[in-house]
Design a protein around this ligand. Sequence first.
Ligand code: SF4
Length: 335
Amino acid sequence: MAEEKKKVVALLSGGLDSQLAVKMMQKQGFEVSAVAIKTPFCDFDCGRGCGFEIREKADDLNVNLKTVYLGDEYIEMLKHPKHGIGAGFNPCVDCRTMMFDAAKKHMEEIGAEFIISGEVLGQRPMSQHAPSLHIIEKESNLTGKIVRPLSAGLLPPTDAEKNGLIKRENLGMIKGRQRKIQMQMAKEYGIENPPNAGGGCLLTEPQFGVKAKDLFDHIETPTINEIDLLKIGRHFRLDEETKFVIGRNKDENEMIKALALPGDILLEAKDYVGPISILRGKNAKEHLKFASSVTLRYSDAPNNEQAIVSIRDSDLVEEIASESAEEESYIKFRM
Ligand code: SF4
């Protein structure tokens, strides 16, 4: 009778490195089961298609896929990430810890031996240098249980290695940001169109980081609706309690309408093509005149002429006449 394969759990991001990690373990005779993590900042529905791709990647790799959503607990963590944030608003060490926690649960459920990930030593500034890898293991109670196949030849031996489940000579010694070796491996493993490095996490994008920080500075516990609003439009902080967001295209205008809640005020140029904008916050009404003129500014309404702005506040619709704002009057509020 054929011996049953030992199981491992892979944290699958859809990127090349995690695919290679899976391939390396499969080559060594393990049955790999993948876990993909969704957060409010990577909900797979952002239009970049990564959710779909992850499913496809899992199929290509011939692994089962379990998707885990980290919602409220992720937002809670982001309020005070224990290990700080990176150059954007990215709490990478705490984020990875949560991801490994989820993978650990799956590992226990299916009786897997250990967890693998595509992390490469020194590839990312915050979460992939040796001390961070160690902290992440410790915080998720997984010391000795995480194998990073691409770099494991350069890292201390894990339990799997000590117990003879894997051998050092089969582990990679990749370090740093260069991807030459990975591209070569992709070729050898027949991975077609290997994806580009990085990308995908909104929290690492500087401009998004500014908006996210502003939100967390002003709201105790942001909701998913507030986070979704961060992903679209031009954002303006008008006062401590009030924000103003202007759609940049038709899709964003539709999304703004869909995200509007009772109490929000929607504005739109009545007779010209232009954006939908939204005023949100306690003092929204005090900013109506200003918001109308900025809404006109981003519309086709001619400068220096009065035009009508439709204002929808719950079920009430009113119209006010306004003039396009001068750039210097609003640019200081832009985030
Ligand atoms: S880049 Fe984003 S998803 Fe990746 S660890 Fe950092 S915060 Fe988490």
